[in-house]
Design a protein around this ligand. Structure first.
Ligand code: AHR
Length: 318
């Protein structure tokens, strides 16, 4: 079983850090992974779950899958149950950033390595996990903000920001990256900012309320496609044209979002890649075998304009 040790954060692809330990798994070399998923809040999440389940099967890794239904306490219980079952490796995508140190310490004391996937934790002690595989969410927010500056910066733009789940790393970081990118741009103002919990229903509800209280809104920055799709429904119900009267930037690039971009209802999408399963299983095999892994593995991602979405849609996997 690998024992976690502290290493500094490194950039994608580097390998100057590693997991300790002398190798684990069953006597026949089999590996059991306990995986705690956030829930099923979005198209992105559904694709991510599918990728993890398919990749575990392909790699011959036995997956104990637990759906936390958006609740941190469910994730903590699932991790405790994985520790009791003495799985070989635990992986999870934290619902929120803070509040993980105690349960991660329990895993460390039990000698069970932990891999963070998709989202990271806010902890002073990075020896509590072996590696973090996922996107750079600040960078995603920055890409969204840079497009806004380039395309909205020359006219007064009143932005409604639909935030992800309160306290979740992608919500905090996408807000920060966007705010940094638009800073000092006089014409762009975020006039309303509220959580739609990364869901379509949340996006619709929050957008409805924002349009009622801020009729000057002429732009939306949604932290994911599902909320943007909900916002489109609210905008149309208010008698306005999404993509024209109210321009929209979103994050994820799942099929429904890409279709809305191709149809001109969304104007720009920053990709967040959910297909993390293959890399996760590779990392798990290495960690369980006691091999070195990079402390941070950043997912490669792109952005899409309408033309690029039309071209990409026929081959989009999710
Ligand atoms: O953590 C990734 C984010 O979580 C995705 O952008 C969002 O759609 C999901 O719910």
């Amino acid at each position: 079983m690998a024992v976690a040790v502290a290493f500094g954060a490194t950039a994608c692809g580097s390998s100057d850090s590693g997991s300790g330990g002398s190798g684990g798994g069953g006597e026949d070399g089999s590996i059991t992974m306990g995986f705690s998923q956030v829930g099923a809040e979005s198209g992105w999440r559904t694709a991510n779950t599918q990728s993890i389940q398919d990749s575990a099967e392909e790699a011959g890794i036995e997956l104990q899958f637990s759906d936390a239904q958006g609740e941190q306490e469910n994730q903590i219980s699932a991790i405790r149950s994985f520790i009791q079952q003495r799985v070989d490796v635990i992986a999870f995508s934290p619902v929120v950033e803070t509040g993980w140190d105690s349960v991660l310490l329990e895993a460390q004391r039990a000698g069970i390595p932990v891999i963070l996937t998709d989202r990271s934790v806010d902890s002073e002690d990075d020896s509590l996990y072996e590696t973090f595989l996922g996107s750079d969410f600040v960078e995603e927010g920055k890409k969204a903000g840079e497009w806004a500056v380039e395309n909205w910066g020359s006219q007064p733009t009143y932005v409604a920001e639909l935030q992800g789940t309160t306290g979740a790393a992608p919500a905090l970081d996408r807000q920060e990256g966007f705010a940094d990118a638009i800073e000092g741009t006089d014409n762009i103002q975020v006039v309303a900012s509220q959580s739609g919990d990364f869901t379509r229903a949340g996006g619709r509800e929050v957008m409805e309320a924002m349009l009622n209280s801020n009729p000057q809104i002429n732009a939306v920055y949604a932290h994911n496609d599902d909320m943007a799709l909900g916002a489109i429904e609210a905008i149309e119900a208010a008698g306005k044209v999404p993509g024209k009267d109210i321009q929209i930037i979103s994050v994820d690039a799942v099929r429904d979002g890409m279709q809305a971009l191709a149809d001109g209802k969304i104007n720009f999408i920053v990709e967040c890649n959910p297909l993390l399963g293959g890399q996760l299983m590779d990392l798990a095999e290495k960690v369980v075998a006691g091999e070195d892994v990079p402390k941070r593995v950043v997912t490669e991602e792109t952005t899409f304009t309408q033309e690029q979405a039309i071209e990409a849609l026929p081959n989009r996997q999710y």
